[in-house]
Design a protein around this ligand. Structure first.
Ligand code: GLC
Length: 394
């Protein structure tokens, strides 16, 4: 083994930039990461471009937070706006950039770290002006099924030239950033409290409950699940469905679409939109099966590892990071059931399989719990990211 790099004499100072203070997957991953990094080695301050629940959660956990409010015209540019839109927005937000540079300069950090796509882009001029090493933490697949083609080209080109290191949440995300500088996979890890003490011994009493955890968004596939629900309820009428998660990032229209689809399919008595839940563990306890139904390849699929760690049988759609999480071979080693994205009938079949064959489902769930707790270890994630920061600072 090569000798370990000498430790810097003081903690590495990192400014972590995120454009949103909503609790999306990347933000939950950040909260857990910061809860685990060694504060003797890392002095982190989070710079958010708006106020929101993430700010409170960070402060409650004892982290420093600075809010540099972003002009809403810049903040609300959708993913579909393309780089031109982003550039126009950035022009409108020139004043914001000035404030951001001034704030980060005042923080006197060694490293600038970004954890959302808009922060990745906006931090480029900040890091260049302040001559600070930039680390990108990419939680999105930089691909055309997910983002406008021009944005993909821009982000890929920048990833090859500007950041000192690019941390990604899966091999699937890594594959969308060819040639990125210092590309490292650091899977979002599971915190100790997310691992059930023992594998699930029996399915919950009563009627089967199918759940889905995640913000309401067209790409997360809630409509596919509602379509599958009609088929499941036709075959197993007592089955209930719970959609857990709020319509974050301006997806209120999608929420309306889900509600009207529930009405159209006469599923009002079987499907419930529960909204955001603070602690999904009690909800997970009540589920017979947890579904992940993304219609485009998921960058990672944290909710899948979370359900598995909590001992809940999982049915998920193939693609992206989910293929790295769920094992479907060899026979006897499966940890979940995978179906094709958008395949309502296949999804319904898999759900009925779990409902009808609890013993097999529980055996897969027990293997899944053991497997994810070993492979998605938060300490390892924190160590990987800490080493990247120390290296960038030295
Ligand atoms: C984003 C991705 C999701 C991933 C999470 C944590 O929310 O969409 O796939 O699990 O970040 O990396």
């Amino acid at each position: 083994m090569p000798p370990a790099a000498p430790r810097p004499p003081r903690p590495v100072r990192v400014a972590i930039l995120d454009h949103t203070a909503e609790l999306g997957g990347a933000e939950l991953a950040l909260l857990r990461l910061l809860g685990t990094v060694d504060r003797a080695r890392v002095d982190a301050v989070v710079v958010l471009f708006s106020s929101g629940p993430l700010e409170e959660r960070l402060r409650d956990a004892g982290h420093r937070v600075v809010v540099v409010p972003l002009d809403p015209t810049v903040r609300d540019i959708s993913r579909a706006a393309g780089p031109l839109g982003v550039v126009r927005g950035a022009a409108a937000g020139a004043a914001f950039l000035g404030r951001l540079v001034a704030s980060v300069r005042r923080l006197d950090v060694d490293v600038v770290h970004t954890t959302s796509l808009k922060a990745d882009l906006l931090a480029v001029p900040v890091a260049l002006l302040l001559r600070k090493p930039l680390v990108w933490h990419v939680h999105d697949r930089i691909a055309e099924d997910y983002l406008p083609a021009r944005t993909v080209r821009l982000v890929r080109a920048l990833a090859r030239s500007v950041p000192r290191a690019v941390v990604v949440n899966s091999e699937a995300t890594a594959a969308t950033l060819p040639g990125a500088r210092g590309l490292v996979v650091a899977y979002p890890g599971l915190a100790v409290g997310q691992l059930a003490a023992t594998p699930r011994q029996a399915q919950p009493d009563g009627d089967p409950v199918v759940g889905m955890v995640g913000r309401l968004s067209p790409t997360k596939g809630q409509l596919v699940l509602v379509g599958a629900a009609r088929r499941v309820v036709d075959a197993r009428p007592m089955t209930r469905f719970r959609l857990l998660g709020a319509a974050a990032f301006g997806a209120e229209e999608h929420e309306r679409a889900i509600r009207s689809e529930i009405d159209r399919l006469a599923l009002g008595a079987s499907v419930e939109l529960v909204g955001f839940v603070e602690d999904p563990r009690t909800e997970l306890d009540a589920l017979s099966v947890c579904v992940h139904a993304s219609t485009v390849p998921e960058p990672f699929g944290q909710v899948v590892t979370e359900a598995m760690a909590w001992g809940v049988p999982v049915v998920a759609t193939r693609g992206g990071g989910v293929d790295e999480i769920v094992r479907t071979a060899p026979p006897g080693a499966e940890t979940g059931l995978l179906v094709a994205p958008g395949d309502e009938e296949g999804l319904a079949r898999a759900l009925i399989d779990v409902i009808d064959h609890p013993r097999e489902a529980l055996a897969r769930a027990a293997r899944a719990r053991a497997d994810v707790s070993e492979r998605f270890d938060l300490e390892r994630t924190a160590e990987t990211v800490t080493l990247i920061w120390e290296d960038a600072a030295s």
